[in-house]
Design a protein around this ligand. Structure first.
Ligand code: HPA
Ligand code: ZN
Length: 332
């Protein structure tokens, strides 16, 4: 059974789609030391105890990314895989500071990625530049100034990396700048941080979606507000299991979140690290959680409701979701 409805992927880090073999290929192409002797050896290190243990490996792997060809190949491979996963719209995260700190010109990064986006008209795409919380708010403002010339290539800005000890409220100035420039705003919150970081993201950063947000459940008043205002939460089930935000898939709170009327949708986060793309996440939740095809359709409809689309685009995708029955043969 095909368990993936037509969907919008709203929480995927492009750098998190780099498969181990692709990382080794890029290292060799660029004459750099390979981070491991084989793809299997690299993948064997992908056992995480928390968010930080993942981020340490993730950033270390990214030193292999040097040329526009590397960024093109990363995006091209992701969009091919996304289409096979029934992704019709992809709003993809990019961490520009990682690459500029590695000495790469922002132009190289943006040109490579946007060229691949242009070569995949079969997937509707947008790019969201995230600020890295571990580098602090002044670095975020400086990164934003560098992004301004590429403003027309961006859908919005986001906030990611280490949550503990780096509260989102510190980023109000850079989010205000992005808002003044007409960019959409999203932020990771309530993954390892508590409900307060979700509240601050809404009230002080003006975000339109919360990435993750699962820890909102600890604050009933916040749950009521998120449900009443239909604030989208981009939930990443396999990521939550692999980063130990939840114990295992069968105890993931996604069914409870649906029951509470929260505007949740399902995404992959860093698919090359966490065991799968969005279709794999749908398959995992359909297998391990008490969810029916009707629930899956609601999740997919929520993804298009949450996407930054025109009303006409949203209505067209919504028609595709409504027509999905969950009984077609697999696209894999
Ligand atoms: N959380 C925070 N930062 C990230 C993540 C995540 O899940 N993935 C890539 N950067
Ligand atoms: Zn993420």
């Amino acid at each position: 059974m095909l368990v993936t409805p037509p969907t919008a992927e709203l929480h995927v880090h492009l750098e998190g789609t780099l498969e181990p073999a692709t990382i080794l290929d890029a290292a060799r192409r660029n004459g750099l030391p390979t981070p491991a002797a084989s793809a299997e050896e690299l993948a064997a290190r992908y056992e995480f105890t928390d968010l930080q243990s993942f981020l340490d490996i993730y950033y270390a792997n990214l030193v292999v990314m040097r040329t526009a060809e590397d960024f093109y190949a990363m995006t091209d491979a992701y969009l091919r895989r996304a289409r096979a996963a029934n992704v019709r719209r992809a709003e993809m995260f990019l961490d520009p500071q990682t690459h500029t700190l590695n000495g790469i010109d922002l132009a190289v990064v943006i040109e490579g990625i946007t060229a691949a986006m242009a070569d995949h008209p079969e997937v509707s795409t947008g790019l969201i530049a995230c600020f890295l919380r571990h580098l602090g708010p002044d670095a975020a403002l400086a990164a934003y100034e560098e992004l301004v010339p590429y403003r027309d290539r961006l859908l919005g800005v986001g906030l990611d990396s280490t949550e503990a000890g780096h509260p989102n409220r510190d980023y109000a100035p850079v989010f205000a700048r992005a808002a003044a420039d007409g960019l959409h705003r999203v932020a990771h919150a309530g993954e390892e941080g508590g409900p307060d970081n979700v509240i601050d993201s809404l009230d002080l950063l003006g975000v339109e979606r919360i990435d993750h947000g699962v820890r909102c459940l600890e604050d009933p008043a916040l749950v009521t507000r998120l449900a009443a205002d239909r604030i989208p939460l981009t939930v990443c089930p396999q990521s939550n299991v692999r980063l130990k935000v939840v114990g295992d898939m069968s105890s993931h709170p996604l069914p409870a979140m649906l029951d509470l009327g929260l505007a949740v949708s399902v995404h992959s986060d860093d698919p090359a690290y966490f065991g799968g793309y969005v279709d794999d996440n749908y398959r995992a939740i359909a297998t391990d959680l008490p969810l029916t095809p009707s629930h899956l359709r609601t999740l997919a409809a929520n993804s298009f409701e949450a996407a930054f689309l025109t009303p006409a685009e949203r209505a067209a995708f919504r028609t595709e979701v409504d027509a999905w029955t969950g009984s077609a043969t697999s696209t894999r």
